[in-house]
Design a protein. Sequence first.
Length: 280
Amino acid sequence: MELWYTEQHTDNVNFSLKVKNHLFSGQSEFQKLDVLDTYEYGKLMTLDGLVMVTEKDEFVYHDMIVHVPMAVNPNIKNVLVIGGGDGGTVRELMRYNSIEHVDMVEIDKLVCDAAKEFFPTISCDLENPRVNLLYEDGVKFVEESEDGKYDLIIIDSTDPIGPGEGLFTTSFYTNCHRILKEDGILVNQNESVFYEPNQDAAMKANSKLKKIFPLVKVYQACIPTYPSGYWLFGFASKKYDPIKDLDAAKWNELGIKTKYYNTDLHVGSFALPNFVKEFF
Ligand code: AG3
């Protein structure tokens, strides 16, 4: 008998992967977590039935959520990651010697535990001494953080349903702005505008950020296992422009080997198709 996993992307579109093995199923106080071993994408983690990471395409997401802001301001030392329990974001951050400290605030310990057990290549830096891992609500954490503390905030969240909902609100973004330094950058996973169920979230996140930060742009990447495969990230900044302030030579000198990101693609990822421009 064949086993298939399906995420419903719209009322009329299903995305399915053939499954070798259902390795884990658990329920935390926040959400349901499953780990599946699939033929095409390797191991896959879902939260409440939605794809969060797969071994095969996680590099795209984690490269783009980390290296884009890091290449714009090479002096980033103190970083806050909200969510990101699988560890992919901190793994990429730890490749920069210049980063001194990362506070990672994940609401659900089960995500980190499952990542450590089933995704060692993604979670490998969760116990890095430069990473301070806290199992707390990100919304509360930013409320209580002091002004001007961070150079960079990365919001590595789920969709805005369930525990991730508060990470798409104006009050959350306002606190993020307050706790960023005067040249701080915020990057978020910004959903997609291709299918209607995600459009609203993508547009709202962007328009809320625009009310708070002087410079807000979206950039794109191809992530095959997310709805439509056409995914967006938000770049909100107090000072730096993601294109004008990119020092490509400087980033390339660091010698960081990446599978997706490069500084040409960095520039290109901000060049939006016409149908996408209309949304922002
Ligand atoms: N964050 C999840 C992005 C949203 C996926 N949405 C979906 N499948 N409907 C990924 C976390 C990776 N560190």
